[in-house]
Ligand binder design. Structure first.
Ligand code: FE
Ligand code: FE
Ligand code: ZN
Length: 302
């Protein structure tokens, strides 16, 4: 049986989500995630209805269930900092509307950085902002991502996410996205992934786990760095990541790769076709770099 596995893909001006679906299919993915514009800014184009219908038709034909598709909110929104509160709130509201007009139900959000205010203050600010953003009748669920604990990031401990969730008025609209690189960098030992899931279940509840980001890490456990690495090439390693992907308790949860492109300059290629292949088939590919490079070089010259 195939696992629910895809990657980050792009969302272009001219093809919008139709382009995202086509890209996902080129990786043999059955789910995907995208930013509705550049992640580092908040410039956004209006959603085109015709392109959205075409995207949905293609997903239907290729058995991609829209329920498993994910949008990532831009990471410059920082709800932990009360600065720009009104802008952040209205932008996130707009982003949820965009998700909704695309038919997407899950939006991943970095909780934010408290910029020296302290974790407690940060959590309070996040709760405040999210309660302004989230409406009772919305269908989109905001999934707070576990963070590496770089700088003053909030959300590198499950208890911090739990504290945020507990403050949200419409509690069925808030959930969690775990990121394997971030968990490892934050100090969670993924060698003991079953005990991690037990802990998650105790602290937050497994029914709240709606997205998994599958990434290897360039750094050692507890490094608080957040540098993603290709599957099997980092400090987490292939076996643990494959176990996460095939875990029976996560069967219905979409898993999304956010691993780095391979190569340099304009010879940079997405690793996802080959990473998805090695994870689905549960066999490590020792020549990932070579395979990706030769596949896309051959493609380009056609
Ligand atoms: Fe993220
Ligand atoms: Fe992530
Ligand atoms: Zn990251």
């Amino acid at each position: 049986m195939k696992e629910l596995l895809g990657s980050h893909v792009s969302f272009s001006k001219d093809k919008q989500m139709l382009g995202s679906v086509i890209e996902a299919l080129s990786y043999h993915a059955n789910t995907f995630m995208f930013y509705t514009g550049a992640p580092q800014n908040t410039t956004r184009i209006p959603i085109d209805k015709d392109l959205t219908v075409l995207a949905h038709n293609l997903m239907d034909k290729e058995n991609i269930n829209i329920e498993n598709v994910v949008i990532h909110a831009p990471y410059i929104i920082n709800l932990a900092n009360p600065k720009n509160f009104d802008f952040n709130v209205s932008f996130l509201k707009e982003e949820i509307k965009r998700a909704s007009s695309l038919g997407i139900k899950r939006i991943v959000l970095h909780p934010g950085s408290h910029v020296g205010l302290g974790i407690q203050e940060g959590i309070k600010n996040i709760i405040n902002a999210l309660n302004q953003v989230i409406e009772e009748k919305q269908e989109v669920i905001v999934c707070l991502e576990t963070m590496a604990g770089k700088g003053s990031e909030v959300g590198s401990k499950l208890e911090e996410l739990k504290a945020i969730i507990d403050g949200i008025k419409y509690s069925d609209k808030i959930a969690v996205c775990i990121d394997t690189c971030h968990l490892h960098d934050a100090g969670y030992d993924l060698k003991e992934f079953d005990s991690f899931l037990e802990e998650f279940d105790k602290v937050i509840g497994l029914s709240k786990l709606l997205v998994v980001h599958v990434n290897d890490s360039k750094n050692v456990i507890s490094s608080h760095k957040d540098r993603h690495e290709n599957i099997g090439y980092g400090m987490i390693g292939y076996n643990i990541l494959s176990k996460v992907v095939h875990h029976p308790r996560l069967k219905d949860v979409p898993k999304i790769l956010e691993t780095p492109y391979i190569g340099e300059g304009k010879d940079k290629y997405p690793p996802y076709l080959f990473e998805i292949e090695m994870l689905q088939s549960n066999t490590i590919n020792e020549s990932l770099i070579e395979d990706v490079t030769s596949y896309y070089k051959a493609h380009k010259n056609k």
